[in-house]
Design a binder for this molecule. Structure first.
Ligand code: KG4
Ligand code: ZN
Length: 339
């Protein structure tokens, strides 16, 4: 089954062609980072207008790459939520229009389900498994019992991990998007220089990152005020070292919380297959931590998508649509938030 898939939930225009939910025949992406960088974050209205400009060229490029024409695809899928409403409307309406023209089903896809399904791409992973979903808007532990059958075990009570990364990075003056920048900085720092708090939650599988985020922000401000000018150059060098070490400490605190809770949850479930998904699964520190554990525990099966399928992309939408085509109604509307 060939699915033409579209993802426009935020600031990336993405179109893919996926065969049988696993094989990626084309994965085209137009990033809006340069457009939003001057504002330090995504401007929803600007994002929607950009999608309007880029969606048709991306569709043509994806079909060309897959060496297919529209009548040859079996279904057209698009993310219908959650996401920025104006951005979602562009991708979903284009997909519905194509499905009507081609007389093929329209498959509306839940964005989080697509992130989970990113682990099926170019892989033989099959449920059941425990999925740690870490993105800019969500942090969840999901028991994937079967294809499209999910049990939410825990989630963040406040900030999502990616959101905490982006906010700390922004205060430290790092360019948008902050998560990857902070990750790069963290790799060079001393992760033992500062001690940062770990949150405890009533539900053992819930997360909380706002306390950690605020502690990191306060520490940064206190340290910036403490570092007195001896001469301009040495002050700058000391500030840079402090920021690098703080990034490493922040990353260690985040990775510790995510890794330890996920492993404890997998043990409690009696599930030895763990998958990671979402934009923050591109984080070097997080990947290294899980990969090191998998290397020393042969019974532990780890699935992490290739970097191209971690952050928002359309291939994962094609995978989710194949495995859970429950919304084959082109009248289905988009939604900005969901439980
Ligand atoms: O899944 P995604 O592309 O979009 C959402 O569905 O939210 O995730 C985007 C989030 C952003 O907060 C971004 O800063 C974060 O993922 N991110 C990272 C890294 N790469 C992307 N956070 C930490 N380290 C990274 N390497
Ligand atoms: Zn996403």
């Amino acid at each position: 089954m060939l699915i033409l898939a579209i993802e426009t939930s935020c600031d990336d225009t993405a179109v893919a062609v996926v065969q049988d939910g696993r094989r990626v025949l084309a994965n085209v992406m137009h990033s809006q980072i340069a457009v939003h960088r001057p504002y330090g974050g995504v401007l929803p209205e600007v994002a929607a207008r950009e999608h309007l400009h880029t969606i048709n060229p991306c569709i043509s490029a994806a079909l060309e790459k897959a060496q297919l024409t529209l009548p040859q695809v079996d279904a057209v899928a698009a993310t219908v939520g959650p996401g920025l409403i104006g951005s979602l409307l562009v991708g979903a309406n284009v997909a519905k229009t194509l499905s009507l023209i081609a007389e093929k089903p329209f498959l509306g896809v839940h964005h989080l389900e697509a992130h989970v399904a990113s682990n099926y791409l170019e892989s033989d992973l099959a449920p059941p498994f425990l999925c740690l979903l870490v993105s800019g808007g969500h942090t969840q532990l999901i028991h994937v019992q079967d294809y499209g059958q999910h049990q939410l075990l825990g989630q963040t009570l406040d900030d999502a991990v990616g959101e905490a990364y982006d906010k700390v990075a922004r205060l430290m003056g790092l360019p948008y998007p902050g998560g990857p920048e902070l990750d790069r900085l963290a790799a060079q720092g001393n992760a033992n220089r500062y001690s940062l708090p770990t949150a405890r939650c009533q539900n053992p599988w819930d997360f909380s990152f706002s306390g950690l985020k605020t502690a990191a922000l306060r520490l940064y401000e206190t340290e910036m005020a403490r570092i007195k000018p001896v001469d301009a150059d040495s002050q700058k060098a000391e500030q840079q070292q402090m920021a690098t070490d703080l990034a490493a400490c922040f990353q260690k605190a985040v990775v510790d919380a995510l890794f330890e809770k996920t492993c404890r949850c997998a043990t409690a479930l009696g599930c030895n297959t763990v998958a990671i998904a979402g934009g923050v699964s591109a984080n070097r520190g997080l990947r290294n931590r899980f990969e090191a554990h998998a290397a020393s525990h042969p019974e532990f099966r780890l699935a992490i998508p290739p970097l191209a399928y971690c952050t928002d992309n359309a291939a994962m939408v094609g995978a989710a649509a194949y495995y859970h085509p429950y919304t084959t109604d082109w009248q289905q509307d988009v939604f900005s938030r969901s439980a």
